[in-house]
Design a protein around this ligand. Structure first.
Ligand SMILES: [Fe+2]
Length: 159
């Protein structure tokens, strides 16, 4: 029987490399989403200003924490997180959203982005399970659970 080659934290080398690549792609999407939400926070106008300005701040602060967690998970797995905007834009599936100031349009963009993140994280959940990477698995599971709840709330806002 072939012996499984493992890295310094005892995970299979090849699967871990694929997982790190997936996490880097996730990181790129998070970075684009983060900057989009900052734009919504700054440019929002209208009667819901005070409510949404604050909600968007809450969201981008949470995204920032996740960005750091994902990047440091990549390092823990033995790889390098992307850190240049040019790489993020090249890798991310999410597009930059510019100059939105209408609340509904911002919330719609947030719902779409969260749906994309949840789908990507579900894929990473499967991949990490196959690799026996419990820590990445539980991180992805937390994100999916939290963002499914956000999807309920932001969708409820849209009516
Ligand atoms: Fe602010």
């Amino acid at each position: 029987m072939d012996q499984l080659i493992v890295n310094r934290i005892g995970l299979p080398v090849e699967q871990t490399e694929q997982l790190a690549a997936g996490l880097n792609e996730l990181l790129a999407n998070y970075q684009v989403f983060y900057m989009n939400v900052r734009g919504f926070h700054w440019n929002i106008r209208g009667e819901k200003f005070f409510e949404l300005h604050l909600k968007f701040e809450e969201l981008y602060n949470d995204l920032l924490l996740k960005i750091d967690e994902v990047a440091e998970r990549i390092l823990t797995l033995g790889f390098r997180p992307l850190h240049a905007y040019s790489d993020y834009l090249a890798k991310a599936e999410l597009h930059e959203v510019k100059d939105l100031s209408e609340g509904r349009a911002c919330v719609e963009a947030i719902v779409e982005a969260l749906q994309l993140l949840v789908a990507k994280q579900r894929k990473l959940l499967e991949q990490s399970e196959e690799a026996g990477d419990e820590a990445t698995n539980s991180l992805m599971s937390d994100y999916v659970r939290e963002q499914e709840k956000l999807l309920w709330m932001y969708s409820a806002y849209l009516g």
